[in-house]
Design a protein around this ligand. Structure first.
Ligand SMILES: [Zn+2]
Length: 113
């Protein structure tokens, strides 16, 4: 299994790029960012910014259980891999997880709809 967060400096001279946690391909598209506290959930995607107050989403419940913020980057790789890279703050550390998600039919990157 690859690490959740892996980069390459080999593909584009002068830049470090995030690669797919599944296959290592470097064409990775951000679809959505979610920031969950134990109370609220903020979502940024191609539709804009949505803040859900007093949220009871799984993300907020997870954040609350860990007593820290949860920052989630949902991505799709041009090889078809879809998943979430999760940064979970807990007692002074940021834990990094990868959660595979089902393949997508159509998708939009954050800045396009
Ligand atoms: Zn991939």
């Amino acid at each position: 299994m690859r690490k959740a967060l892996e980069t390459s400096v080999e593909e584009i001279p002068g830049f470090e790029v995030l690669v797919c946690p599944v296959c290592g391909f470097y064409y990775l598209h951000p679809l959505r960012v979610k920031v969950a506290t134990g109370v609220d959930l903020t979502v940024v995607d191609s539709k804009g910014v949505q803040v859900v107050r007093g949220d009871s989403s799984p993300e907020s419940k997870d954040a609350d259980a860990e007593r820290g913020v949860r920052i989630i980057l949902e991505y799709v790789c041009e090889q078809g891999h879809h998943g979430e890279i999760v940064f979970q703050f807990h007692k002074g550390n940021v834990f990094v997880e990868h959660r595979p998600l089902p393949p997508l039919g159509e998708w939009s990157v954050i800045w396009r709809d």
